[in-house]
Write a protein that binds this ligand. Structure first.
Ligand code: CTP
Ligand code: CA
Length: 228
């Protein structure tokens, strides 16, 4: 039986997708951010709605229209994204972490704008590490939950991806190659999807919707049959 795009094979399922990039506030006017546009996460949300899923989209700093039919939860920082994802994950069949989560945040938030001072140079900004949300999902998941991560790698793409998949305890890891004109802010994407079962699914460069449909095919194949 062929299944995939066009089928309502996610009907009755609740899926959570995180998208965009977190911003870690430094002071009232500044933050540490990243280049994620949210395009891949939004494509995942749209395709999941099209396949019949109930979709919660946790969106970090994304300037894109809300996908029709998805519940959108806007967040700013990694800590906010963590709280929103973990809450939604409690009754989710699958969680896909497409968001670019800041690894570090400023150790302290300054209530007032940092000013230039005469003579002395700038104070260094101390950083602390953010919680690893994907690893936490891998540790706390229900056995029938499917957990998917994304990884952007520049060197030793597959070896790094395999190690990351094992470290995070996810079922699937979508590994993108990033570089000058790859991935960020572009409408298309090329990737390899690694499975904890040893599988490797190559996705040729194409629309982010096409990659999203491959991800949902692989998720659907790992979901336990729906309760009668
Ligand atoms: N991720 C997360 N929480 C973090 C950092 C990353 O949930 N604090 C998730 C991302 O959403 C992504 C996956 O983990 O799905 C891999 O992110 P990546 O940055 O590639 O992995 P890291 O473990 O942060 O490793 P690296 O040192 O390579 O950045
Ligand atoms: Ca990281």
């Amino acid at each position: 039986l062929a299944r995939g795009a066009g089928d309502a094979d996610l009907a009755g399922r609740h899926v959570v997708v995180s998208a965009g990039g977190t911003r870690e506030p430094i002071d009232p006017v500044r933050f540490i951010g990243n280049r994620s546009s949210g395009l891949q996460g939004y494509a995942l949300a749209r395709t999941a709605v099209a396949r019949g899923a109930r979709v919660t989209l946790v969106a970090a700093n994304v300037a894109l229209p809300d996908p029709a039919g998805a519940r959108v939860v806007p967040v700013g920082s990694a800590e906010q994204l963590r709280a929103a994802v973990l809450a939604a994950a409690e009754e989710a069949d699958a969680v896909v972490m497409a968001a670019a989560v800041a690894d570090f945040r400023p150790a302290g938030y300054r209530d007032s704008k940092i000013k230039k001072t005469e003579g002395s140079g700038p104070e260094p900004i101390a950083l602390v590490q953010n919680a690893d949300i994907l690893a936490e999902l891998g540790r706390t998941r229900r056995p029938e939950q499917v957990i998917v991560g994304f990884a952007a790698e520049t060197d030793d793409v597959l070896a790094n991806g395999r190690a990351k998949l094992a470290r995070k305890g996810s079922d699937l890891l979508v590994v993108n190659q990033v570089g000058e004109d790859l991935a960020f802010g572009r409408p298309d994407n090329a990737a390899v999807v690694l499975g904890a079962d040893g599988s490797e699914t190559e996705v040729p460069r194409g629309a982010k919707e096409a990659l999203a449909d491959v991800v949902w095919d692989l998720v659907a194949a790992r979901l336990k049959p729906a309760a009668p």
